[in-house]
Design a protein around this ligand. Structure first.
Ligand code: PLP
Length: 389
């Protein structure tokens, strides 16, 4: 491959992220029939590799054209029925979205909200589960609006103790392939994501893994699935057939993106960096950014207490603006220096912070110097606006 992407601004928002030349090149595959044997072989391998990324040997992978949000619809439409109670752990904007999606299909979400920048204690989760019988609990692994990281393993353990029948659903849109996830060992039922964050691909693919228990829940439902496109009854036979190298069709898959995600997954599982090393590189990259912003005199949106409990994401950092300054002082000046960071998103505090994404090649390939570039640019910007720590 001699392909090299054009020079461009460095994309350091918490998704979409920078994509390697190799993955972009795979995305530029010539047109191919979605039932062609060569394509089906690639799709089949991608499904198997995704299972490995989530450490889900017994899980059922599903890849559908769409974005991370379609994962919410799939969970709501296939695993809940009208009136089902769902506990939603809220650490930011994306829990509101998941709760809305659940409601759209008739489920009854109950949100427990952590203060902005904090996460629920395991005792709070235990108490909530003891109060009511929930069909499912949803956990946003990393809420991209706050940078709060949930202890999915710890929460799953509490659910197993207090309410073992409750399905454990993880929104891993800002964590999959970057934060450790042990799908089978932790007893998870669905982990859903999109292609544009830790998987290091262009946006456009909704990917998830469902447990045998989730599939059983689908099979035992008493009402019809209230969705056409998102119905697993339509997708499961297709995914199983493709994984067994036999073409099958319900709706056209995004053939180019499948090549891209295959290239990325192959690199994640079979490349020179192991999956565990990959998680460690995300942790190290995150430490570099968090240490760097602290040295510049800036603070995180994630509370110091939550940071101490390892509750700050390793995929992104939410940084408070220095007092007296805001988005218009910082973000355009970073842009002038060729760096794109994200604005605030959580509606209660959206003007108070900005977000730096650090996933994928920006951390797994330190020779790119992406993290240093962001910190150097930020230092220059703070000097230019006259901020002194
Ligand atoms: C945690 C989380 N969940 C869900 C979504 C929605 O994903 P998408 O924008 O791909 O639909 C996002 C998007 O950033 C997210 O960060």
């Amino acid at each position: 491959m001699s392909f090299k992407q054009d020079a461009h601004k460095l994309l350091m928002i918490p998704g979409p992220i920078e994509v390697s030349d190799e993955v972009l090149y795979a995305n530029a595959h010539p047109s191919v029939a979605h039932v062609a044997p060569d394509f089906i072989a690639v799709f089949s391998e991608a499904l198997k590799l995704f299972r490995e990324v989530l450490r889900a040997p017994n899980g059922q992978p599903i890849f559908i054209s769409g974005s991370g949000t379609l994962g919410w619809d799939q969970v709501a439409a296939n695993l809940t029925e009208a009136g089902d109670e769902v506990l939603v752990l809220h650490t930011g904007y994306f829990a509101d979205g998941f709760a809305d999606a659940l409601e759209t299909y008739g489920a009854k979400p109950t949100q427990i909200k952590a203060p902005v920048g904090a996460r629920h204690t395991l005792d709070e989760v235990r108490a909530a589960l003891e109060g009511k019988k929930y069909k499912a609990i949803t956990i946003t692994h990393v809420d991209t609006s706050t940078g709060v990281l949930h202890d999915v393993q710890g929460i799953a353990k509490v659910v197993k103790e207090v309410s073992p029948d409750t399905l454990i659903i993880v929104d891993g849109v800002c964590s999959v392939a970057s934060e450790p996830i042990e799908f089978d060992a932790w007893g998870l039922d669905v982990v859903l994501t999109g292609s544009q964050k830790g998987l290091g691909c262009p946006p456009g693919l909704s990917l998830l893994v469902a447990s045998p228990r989730a599939i059983e829940t689908l099979e035992k439902r008493s009402s019809p699935i209230p969705s056409y496109y998102a119905s697993w009854k339509r997708w499961l036979p297709v995914m199983k057939s493709i994984e067994n190298s036999t073409p099958a069709y319900f709706a056209t898959p995004p053939t180019n993106l499948i090549y891209a995600v295959h290239a990325s997954l192959k690199n994640i599982i079979e490349g020179s960096v192991s999956l565990d090393e990959r998680f460690e590189l995300h942790r190290k990259g995150s430490e570099e950014i968090k240490k760097g912003i602290a040295e510049l005199g800036l603070e995180q949106l994630v509370t110091p207490e939550t940071q101490k409990q390892d509750g700050a994401a390793h995929t992104m950092t939410a940084v408070l603006y220095p007092s007296g300054f805001g988005a218009s002082d910082i973000l355009p000046r970073l842009g002038q220096r060729g760096i794109v960071c994200g604005g605030g998103l959580h509606k209660e505090v959206k003007d108070k912070y900005f977000r730096i994404g650090h996933m994928g090649i920006s951390v797994t390939d330190p020779s790119r110097g992406d993290l240093r570039r962001v910190l150097d640019a930020l230092r220059e910007v703070l000097a230019e606006i006259g901020y002194k720590a």
